[in-house]
Design a protein around this ligand. Structure first.
Ligand SMILES: *Cc1c(COP(=O)(O)O)cnc(C)c1O
Length: 468
């Protein structure tokens, strides 16, 4: 058929609107959404016809409109089950929040709040007070400030304390964190001048001392979160940096990155630097993320000396990077878990890190048995989880995974991602693996349902006789 006449055969928007099935969509999704879906469907159809395809009948077009309308009306950002075994998966939203953190955000978000209001005297207050006291008690630092994320915390600290002046950093700590956060670029953005000292593998305290000039504003230490240098290495200790800073009257700023409040070594991992340790070592300011090992909402937290925190608060950039009320509510509730000494069983990322191997084994056996009963080849295998989020590179936690045998693992993985809720699994050496460490036990049922739906008879994911 000639393209022009094929295009003329396509129904008009009005014609499609007259269909009973499309009218039902109008009732369900509202007219503007359905009109958008019809236009998108017809645009795609015209493009297909121009490319040589035969125009589709009314029936398939109406079905395409229904799929479009559902896609347009559905949530874009949605809940996903993380079966990858990476606890702090930045692409999957890092830390899941605890029920009480979520409840706090819902309660404050659903109404008015005392965000910047002192209920006692009935006067204007500060949004920073809601977390300041908790952070002081948890870290031992005299003052604290929360901002949008740790990237803005570091930017703010440098802008407020070092704009137009020099900041001394070890060459071994000029890192890129991911998502384009590079320490030299952040320094430049802040208006500070970078002074590099030492070498990639070895930097001594004398290197810092020699680089100090009347123009030096501060010494910066950066935790090289996501990589490790082994062998002939040396870096100045926090104590050495603090002593040098005190002797020369310079603040020392510590970008801890993850900044744990609990000791990762208690869970068979290497020791990740803790916020309390940096504070105790005498660091002037310590910056860390709210949604890495703290296990709360996205935030950047700065704790340290009152005078410096005061200067940060008064800097105009603080207004641009201030956290919103939902974040403050969820962060305060997350910090409360630590104050109540219940973080390992209440903060989801710590529940996952602390999950005993026997519990993972039992859950994996249960899941594998349920899949086997469903006619699928599944078995429990040993494997490893990682912390992720730029913390503890090379460190793994032993885990138990369920391996699912199908003819095409990639096809099953795609169907799992397309499910509701979507499941992100791990593909490893031709096997589809589900790591139960990053699935909270209360989500086991949802995971099984999603697997059953994805394994429902389809040619590309037919169960195979063995596991990859
Ligand atoms: C992760 C990280 C950052 C960035 O923190 P965000 O909260 O992701 O903005 C900055 N510095 C270090 C050392 C980090 O590990």
């Amino acid at each position: 058929m000639e393209v022009g006449s094929a295009l003329r055969q396509l129904p008009s928007v009005d014609r499609l609107l007259q269909e009973a099935a499309v009218q039902a969509l109008v009732t369900r999704y509202a007219r503007p959404q359905v009109l958008a879906a019809i236009r998108a469907t017809l645009d795609a159809e015209r493009a297909a016809v121009r490319a040589g395809a035969a125009p589709r009948e009314l029936g398939p077009l109406v079905a395409a409109v229904a799929a479009q309308a559902a896609a347009l009306a559905g949530p874009r950002l949605r809940r996903v089950l993380n079966a990858t075994g990476v606890v702090l998966h930045t692409n999957l939203g890092r830390a899941p929040l605890s029920p009480s953190a979520l409840a706090a955000a819902a309660s404050v978000g659903g109404g008015y709040s005392n965000l910047e209001y002192e209920l006692g005297p009935g006067e204007r207050g500060s949004r920073h007070e809601h977390i300041g006291d908790r952070l002081r008690r948890l870290t031992g630092a005299p003052a604290a400030l929360a901002v949008n994320n740790n990237a803005s915390a570091v930017l703010l600290a440098l802008a407020a304390l070092a704009a137009g002046r020099e900041v001394i950093v070890s060459r071994g700590q000029l890192v890129e964190i991911g998502g384009g956060f590079r320490i030299p670029d952040v320094l430049r953005q802040s208006g500070a001048r970078l002074v590099e000292v030492g070498t990639t593998n070895r930097t001594y305290i004398e290197d810092y001392a020699r680089a100090i000039t009347p123009d030096t504003a501060l010494l910066l230490r950066v935790h090289p979160s996501n990589f490790q240098v082994r062998g002939f290495v040396h870096s100045a200790s926090p104590e050495e940096l603090v002593a040098l800073g005190r002797a020369r009257g310079l603040p020392v700023v510590d970008d801890l990155g993850s900044g744990s409040l609990l000791d990762t070594a208690a869970y068979g991992l290497a020791h990740e630097p803790m916020v309390q340790e940096s504070v105790a070592a005498g660091m002037s300011l310590v910056c860390f993320s709210g949604d890495k090992l703290l296990g709360g909402p996205q935030a950047g937290i700065i704790v340290g000396e009152s005078e410096l925190i005061g200067r940060l608060r008064r800097h105009p950039l603080t207004r641009a990077v201030r956290p919103d009320k939902l974040t403050i509510a969820a962060l305060a509730a997350t910090l409360d878990h630590y104050l109540r000494d219940e973080a390992p069983r209440a903060v989801p990322v710590w529940r996952m890190i602390a999950a005993p191997l026997e519990a993972l084994q039992a859950r994996a056996e249960h899941l594998a048995a349920a899949l086997t009963a469903h006619g699928v080849v599944a078995e429990v295998v040993e494997g490893e989880s990682t912390v992720g989020g730029g913390s503890l590179p090379d460190e793994t936690l032993p885990s138990r995974l369920v391996a699912v045998g199908v003819e095409s693992e990639a096809a099953l993985a795609a169907r799992l991602r397309a499910g509701d809720p979507p499941v992100v699994a791990r593909l490893e050496r031709d096997r589809l693996l589900l790591d139960l460490r990053t699935i909270l036990p209360e989500d086991d049922g949802a995971l099984l349902d999603a697997l059953r739906a994805a394994l429902a008879p389809a040619d590309d994911v037919r169960p195979s006789a063995d596991i990859g």
